[in-house]
Design a protein around this ligand. Sequence first.
Ligand code: CP
Length: 337
Amino acid sequence: MNKRNSKLKSDMNSLEKILQSEAARSFNRKKHLIETNALTVEEIDTIIDTASLLKLQKANNLFPLSLLRTKHIALTFYENSTRTKSSFAIASSNLGANTVNLDINTSSASKGESLEDTARTLTAMGVNAIVQRHSANNSARDLANALADKVAIINAGSGQSAHPTQALLDYFTMLEEKGELTGKRVCILGDTRYSRVARSNVSLLTKMGAQVCLCSPAQLMADDLKSDNITTTKDIREALSGADFVMALRIQLERQDAGIVIDKEEYIKNYQLNYDRLKLASKNVKVLHPGPVVRSLELESALVDDYQYSLIEKQVANGIFVRMAVLALLLSEQCSD
Ligand code: CP
């Protein structure tokens, strides 16, 4: 066997090893992925290790795999999406699974069928996992409770409460830059109040040892996230000081209460992340954004494409491997007891 083939064989063996590990089995027993705070450190490490190995396999032209060859994965997106929906579809295909892409506008949801009945219908057809996005905070949890162990529910974004695969791919991308996050300073900047990305990241990043600071104007501050674990400030200079990562967030107009009015010019003046402000951060600071980016509002436009700072494209690319890892760990028979 030549050196390359031997390496590929050892990568495949490593994947099998991870899938059969205790942490993989423990995540698999949970059946669903609803929010990051339900994950243990070992489970998070296992998802990241799996994603890293899958990324290596992609580099070695090993896709598509046949790990989920007999599985059906339904994508039910009741809210718009470009990144999450497409990357779950590609992740499923890379694992050999079939994807059922439910177009909500032409589905029977438009005739009044409930989320639960839609999910039960798909499950009765033999769907193994439902990847759901919905505007209600408890949508994924309620579905998981209702369907129990009949089908895996993967939360692809629920209201302002959780977006676990986004936080996992953010963490994976940060780890690739710095090796570990213990003691690293992460500034989450902008509309934290209405952000499911902020909530999932705060829970995951603090668990993995990062020092998290939320920086928002008063109207957009996630007061529910204030705790001894994190710092919060309205002062962008204080928040950026020494930051290793800055994660800028979109202002989520679609989730804001009618009473809140954001003056965009004021926001840009006080909170836009630009080159000048980045000088306050650490020398090798990196910039993240979950997307979609509204250029020239939350970020100075040129920063988005400036690869000295921007990890935005890497986040998108890494999303495939993290979602493959989640699907593989939840659905592969190799992980089940
Ligand atoms: N970050 C994210 O969830 O993007 P989409 O809304 O495009 O899926």
